[in-house]
Design a protein around this ligand. Sequence first.
Ligand code: NAI
Ligand code: MG
Length: 342
Amino acid sequence: MQRITVIPGDGIGPEVVEPALALVQALGLDVTLDVLDHVNADAYLRNGSALDAADLDRIRSSDATLLGAVGDPRLGDTGYVRSVLTTLRTELDLYANYRPARLWHDRLSPLRDRARRAIDCVIVRENTEGLYSGIGGSTRTASPEEVAVDLDVNTHRGVTRIIDFAFSVARRSVCLVDKANAVRHGGQLWQRCWREAVERHPHVATSHLYADAAALRLATDPTAFDVIVTNNSHGDILSDLTAALAGGLGMAASANLNATTRQGLFEPVHGSAPDIAGRQVANPFAAILSTALLVEHLGHRDAAEAVRRAVAAAVGARRVTPDLGGRLSTKEAGAAVLAEVC
Ligand code: NAI
Ligand code: MG
């Protein structure tokens, strides 16, 4: 029996996780759920930390983890969100952030050109290095002379493993996105690792774009892309763009993976959305599609495909929440998917 750790989290996190778990149960898989209800902002406010060593042990020893979202307006920019997300990513060394974007229904595309709407690509984002590694500092802080520095960390090992991961999930092609023309040293390292990887994978079509050009191309013809591999910050931004091209944050799923240990943390791309929390209007499909990735990771490919087909059917029948132009509540939209699966 496989064990899934669940962290519902804050805001809309528990609301979108609930229908996702109902779906897991309905699929009849041989799995148990270990729900860590206590990992949230309340715990952080009480104890100054939300995730302790015992939680990490439970997560590490399970087969996969599902996270709703963390974040609470009471905590603002205290580092709470970072403490949970970064701890999980670094402790489990989840170096690959896999963010698929597929247009489930033509109606969801913001693009004018019909022929170019059918986005079906994956952003593979480096998840442990880059500008988000937290190394830096400031001097003469809060004065007009302030100088603030954040280091962009790129290691040969880190870059090589994320590019290899991208090749391992490619269906048609891999496009490297960087800013090697302006960010010289890290850029040259990425370019060198890229050339080495291209030689190791001679049967996959490859291309290269600078990040600005990639944004323009995505906004005009996303059908040009299969897998895009890029660093932490470019991947963060471009994956919001691909999410928008595929129907918005309510549809965007993601996985944080380590291909060697097979550890995986699955979560919708969106946050805790305090502006709509508690009202049962959040779209549960991002959480449900993240659960499909989780189920597939556990080896249940048919179950994952059934969930995806059910989501497509629900969207097609307009059995959706207000963000997609529907009138259903979070629970009802989840039930619509469930009805398609069963
Ligand atoms: P957000 O993703 O929570 O919300 C952005 C906008 O999208 C809001 O208007 C929200 O109502 C809407 N939205 C998000 N998910 C939706 C859904 N499923 N259905 C319908 N509408 C949806 O980002 P925001 O507001 O910047 O951050 C809120 C909190 O979440 C912050 O504390 C932030 O730090 C945290 N956060 C946590 C993440 C995580 O747990 N992985 C990721 C991003 C943000
Ligand atoms: Mg983001």
